[in-house]
Design a binder for this molecule. Structure first.
Ligand SMILES: [Fe+2]
Length: 195
């Protein structure tokens, strides 16, 4: 008995700008959407006085959020810094913690930061051709340390969901900052102290 009547489909992914077409879920994250996540709050306020820049965009093709389905999409992180900290995604755990994810680097350069609930931390250099495997239970955040868009393709279980709150409250243990042009991990002075 055939119970799944969903039809096969194909999408076009631009390898130049990451745009996925068709796309039924285009998300734009602005600085004001994650202002509290950057370490240098003076730099945040200074930037917001002039502009509220789009920091990154997600193109996703939504399918039913049920077990067995996969969500595919691309993320485009624009280059830049907030103070000395590189532009990054909000970062999240999956709401359904026991779900994994795969990232494939297409353009640009950055770091995939991963953190386990007990605080175990990894930072994986990312570039075109890098395949990153995010195991179940690990929070993940991508950081653009280059001078151009960082574009990567993602696949994850459609029932995974997103938990941004845990990261918004506690942050990651380390920040990626520019030290004389070199991306450098430093301890996050506010780790575990976010309000
Ligand atoms: Fe994810």
């Amino acid at each position: 008995v055939i119970v799944n009547h969903m039809q096969p489909f194909s999408l076009k992914l631009s390898l130049h700008n990451g745009v996925l077409a068709p796309c039924n879920n285009h998300i734009r994250r602005r600085l004001s959407d994650m202002a509290s996540m950057y370490a240098d709050q003076e730099a945040v306020q200074e930037l917001l006085q002039h502009d509220d820049p789009v920091l990154y965009e997600v193109y996703q093709y939504d399918v039913p959020e049920e077990p067995g389905q996969l969500l595919v999409g691309t993320s485009v992180i624009h280059p830049g810094k907030v103070g000395s900290e590189y532009v990054m995604t909000k970062g999240h755990y999956h709401a359904q913690r026991d779900t994994a994810e795969v990232y494939l680097g297409l353009l640009g350069r950055g770091h995939l930061m991963l953190q386990a609930p007990e605080g175990d931390f990894r930072s994986i250099p990312f570039e075109r051709g890098t395949v990153g495997y995010i195991p179940p239970y690990w929070a993940h955040r991508m950081v653009n340390t280059g001078n151009e868009d960082l574009i990567f393709y993602v696949v994850y279980p459609a029932n995974a969901g997103h938990d941004y709150e845990a990261i918004a409250r506690r942050g990651f243990r380390f920040l990626l900052v520019d030290r004389g042009g070199v991306p450098t991990l430093i301890a996050n002075p506010r780790y575990g102290q976010h309000v």
